[in-house]
Write a protein that binds this ligand. Sequence first.
Ligand SMILES: Cc1cc2nc3c(=O)[nH]c(=O)nc-3n(C[C@H](O)[C@H](O)[C@H](O)COP(=O)(O)OP(=O)(O)OC[C@H]3O[C@@H](n4cnc5c(N)ncnc54)[C@H](O)[C@@H]3O)c2cc1C
Length: 487
Amino acid sequence: MLMTGREYLESIRDGRRIYIGDELVEDATTHPAFRNAAHSFAMIYDRKRAAENRDVMTVEEGGETFSAYFLLPRTREDLHRRFETHRRIASWTHGLLGRSPDNFPSYVSGLVMDPAMFDRIRPGFGDNIRNYYQHMRSNDIFASHTVTNPQGWRAAADGPKRTPPTLRVIAEDDRGVTINGLKMLGTASVFCHETWCGNLQPVAPGQEKESITCAVPLNAPGVSIWARKPYERYAESEFDNPLAARFDETDSAVLFENVNVPWERVFCHDNVEMSRAIYMRTPGHAMANHQANVRFLEKLNLIVGVAMKLAEMNNVRQIPAVQFTLGRLAAMQATLEGLILGQINAGEEQMPGYHTVNRRYVYAALHWCTNHHSEICDTVRELMGAGVFQMPADESVLHDPKLRETFETYWSVPGQSAKDRMKLFRLAWDLLGSDFAGRHMQYEKFYAGPGFVMNSYSYQSAPWQDWSGQVDDLMASYDAAPDKPRQ
Ligand SMILES: Cc1cc2nc3c(=O)[nH]c(=O)nc-3n(C[C@H](O)[C@H](O)[C@H](O)COP(=O)(O)OP(=O)(O)OC[C@H]3O[C@@H](n4cnc5c(N)ncnc54)[C@H](O)[C@@H]3O)c2cc1C
């Protein structure tokens, strides 16, 4: 089943509890803090089933039609199909919706490739992952993932004084488990049907009850969503905050107070090692981060485009030093694009029978994105100069005919109206300098974990044996000549 945008909006009007501070939100699809972002997600639902996208964005199999981001890739062509699906979704949203509906299905598509691994955690969990994948795919489910724990409690080695607030199992019976506690950081949870709770960070022995990995509907009794400051609510207008006004996916802490989860939706329990390992021992982690790389590339295209427009608008594009800067940005864009295409062209068989993205190139791209985003933004801010602060406070100046005329007389330059200059500066600031942009700065640093973890992914997936073997071979090809007298 492929939902329409309207059906999607209807499906998240489900009585969920969302808090903005002390305000309980009745309906995210109409609330001024969330409605435009909800409609941006609805737009994705509509466009992916539209006639011009259907051949790429949907798959027909066994009489069923589903979104192509559930395609289990077996060939390079399949990988390319998935890439194009991610690319189109990211291009419709300019790479600003990090947890778009194609993100979590990429995890699940990798996890379902090894049901036997889940059965080894506990018999029956293999069927659970198969059924969950099928459920998501058949019902066009949009899921967030909350696989990080509240800060500050993790390293309480000297023994916490009270039970940590981290999500844990507090009871279990024939029907399932009861969970209690907090999970971070549910980007897009306000707009999702369900959240997948788990652990991408290591869980220490002794914390078995925290290893719980399960899927929970966001309107389940006991679940509440605690949103951070929503930038859409504070966007003055689309003209003044064109990105915050439409693409604030929001991040939320998700609280589970004595929530019952049936066994059918449990995938790991009482197993600290596998709680994290499920993502790495299957292609799940790499497939989801491939989506993230593609999404970043679309955002980078927007950033580089804005850089060029700023240089043109400020009449500095002809200056060699500015061309040098733009050329460097273009080279960086090409580096990432090449790294992503390499993930497809050098795909691998991590699981027998499947052809999945090259993990080393995914992790190299993740490392590249995490380490270069701030630097790229800083470069473009330099090109911007003080222009954004030379503009009037907001678009109201354009509503008053007299003020507008004065504004056009003094703020325009040959070939550019004052309004167009202001429009570009407003966009550039929302991308690089506003509250919304600041959140993106943090997102790109952290969404896949802190920076040092990016290095460890590359460390763990590198062919050290091959490289050190080459050193051994080289050293074995010569030796000291003990019998040879010194010349
Ligand atoms: C905007 C945004 C959106 C996010 N979306 C999601 C999401 O959708 N789902 C999800 O599950 N998570 C999400 N995250 C959470 C993200 O996964 C975490 O921020 C990340 O794992 C880091 O954890 P932390 O924030 O608890 O930082 P901490 O683990 O507290 O680390 C903070 C800093 O402490 C230092 N540090 C900590 N440990 C070490 C160490 N061992 N060695 C060296 N230095 C160390 C580093 O400087 C590190 O950056 C999101 C985060 C952000 C900012």
